[in-house]
Design a protein around this ligand. Sequence first.
Ligand SMILES: [Fe+2]
Ligand SMILES: [Fe+2]
Length: 133
Amino acid sequence: MLHRVQQTARYLGAAGADDRHANETARILRELGADHEIVVAGLLHDRAKPANTLLWHRVAGVVLARFAPRVRAQLARGDSTFARYLDHARRGAQLAKAEGASDRVVRLIARHHDLPVADDEVLLAVADREALP
Ligand SMILES: [Fe+2]
Ligand SMILES: [Fe+2]
């Protein structure tokens, strides 16, 4: 199953940098002793991030989340690159759910830009940060 998910992630993450980020996140998670579901979430967490995401999208996303979450939510609706970037955690979770991923994997993907609460969310956040960009 993991092999299949990896293949899917590789196929969909054809934009090189994001592919590298997904694999690096998963590698770090394995190194940290994360279980299989967290590693799968690591591989898939950014899959819905648009390939043409720009640095300012990321910066604006962080600033809006911190200071204007309601504006952020409004901007996340729509189909522009910025909207799809802002919404990529939810969209990625939806994709994983449609493909039959477990509720836990779906939750990890959905929440990966929220403040981590559960231990598995903290692990994913650490690996995600270390695997940047
Ligand atoms: Fe992300
Ligand atoms: Fe990420």
